[in-house]
Ligand binder design. Structure first.
Ligand code: COA
Length: 342
């Protein structure tokens, strides 16, 4: 059975930096820097310009990851695109990315699949890719997390509790087959609790209704604010996030027969610095072992973990031989954790 390793990483964020103060001065939101930093650790986020979607953000991240893996686009056997902000209802972002990478023009028609697991999407993708590689079905899988939140945030005081948290970014890894036994994606554990599906959701439409979006007398769709924008019970999310993240990390360590002390680097999903600090504290993990980028990018959902890995690799914080633990929790509720020998 081949081993599944992360052979390359890449990331991309749009240029436009939106600070907490900008939320007040540019968007007129009744908030302030100290409130946001105290509760979340977020100081700024990036917003993509109009006309740019999640697949656009993913292109440079994927090109970087493919190059870093020492591969070419034609070597990619499959694309797994994790996003909650696809360009359209359908098709998914994966096919747009495949086209933007120039694959069809080059006669390369690799499958492209979207993963709809929000903040856990990247880890659902990583587990799927590793399973397929280990099964011998594919050799190189591009796993990408990309989000364009800025288009779908209620950037007003009404929406401040959600709008102040999210940013745009893309991160990618290549998962490859390898005979090298010293490294690899060792174990992963995914979970979901659908009882909480409505606690963090952006509904937009409801296909149980006829029509699925209310229409006015001229047949023009009218989406009410509570359907259009993401809704969240922040405290319930916070409580469940810490419990599930702690449990997920303990489960993967237990499965591999190691302790938290054996792990060199932790790549936690970046939803809230306070969540991550609490999880680390409960597990006796020193903060220096945590990779963090929430302060500058906010919560970039499926992109948080691959951007952390790409940044850490470039900064020399990730070296061959290190043990990496990663964990995520989000809408669904869904969660996942994985252990990687880098
Ligand atoms: C969102 C979160 C920071 C809110 O913090 P909180 O302490 O729970 O705050 P609450 O939602 O109870 O709101 C407290 C008050 O602050 C206000 N508030 C919310 N967002 C605000 C903002 N950006 N600026 C200023 N005030 C804000 C609320 O309107 C509320 O005012 P009220 O008491 O007059 O009604 C926190 O719940 C959280 O981080 N939860 C996890 C969210 C998350 O990680 N989501 C993504 C998961 S993948």
């Amino acid at each position: 059975m081949p081993n599944a390793v992360i052979s390359g990483t890449g990331m991309y964020v749009p240029d436009n930096i939106v600070t907490n103060d900008d939320l007040v001065s540019q968007y007129g939101i009744d908030t302030n820097h100290d409130w946001i930093v105290k509760r979340t650790g977020i100081e700024a986020r990036r917003f993509a310009p109009e006309g740019i979607g999640s697949a656009d953000l993913a292109v440079p991240a994927c090109e970087q990851a493919i190059e870093d893996a020492g591969l070419q686009k034609k070597d990619i056997d499959m694309i797994l695109f994790a996003t909650l902000s696809p360009e359209h209802c359908f098709p998914g972002s994966g096919v747009y990315l495949q086209e933007k990478l120039g694959m069809p023009e080059a006669g390369h028609f690799c499958p492209a699949m979207d993963i709809r697991n929000q903040c856990s999407g990247f880890l659902y993708g990583l587990g799927t890719a590793a399973s397929m590689v280990k099964a011998g079905a594919v050799k190189n899988v591009l796993v990408v997390g990309g989000e364009t939140h800025s288009a779908a945030l209620d950037l007003s005081t009404r929406g401040r509790a959600v709008a102040s948290l999210f940013g745009d970014a893309a991160g990618a890894v290549v998962v490859s087959a390898s005979d090298d036994e010293s490294r690899g994606i060792r174990t992963w554990k995914l979970g979901a609790d659908g009882r909480y599906a409505d606690v963090l959701a952006q509904r937009v439409w409801d296909v149980r209704k006829r029509p699925f979006i209310p229409v006015d007398e001229n047949g023009v769709g009218q989406v009410q604010p509570e359907m259009m924008w993401a809704q969240m019970d922040g405290r319930l999310v916070f409580k469940n996030a810490v419990e599930r993240m702690i449990m997920g990390l303990m489960e993967v360590c237990w499965k591999e027969g190691i302790t938290m002390n054996d792990i060199d680097v932790f790549a936690f999903h970046q939803a809230n610095l306070r969540i991550n600090q609490y999880v680390a504290q409960q597990l006796n993990v020193p903060e220096e072992k945590l990779l963090q980028n929430i302060h500058k990018f906010g919560n970039t959902t499926a992109a948080t973990i691959p951007t952390l890995l790409a940044e850490a690799q470039r900064e020399g914080r990730l070296e061959r031989g290190m043990k990496v633990a990663t964990v995520a929790f989000g809408s669904g509720f869904t969660w996942g954790a994985a252990l990687i020998d880098w």
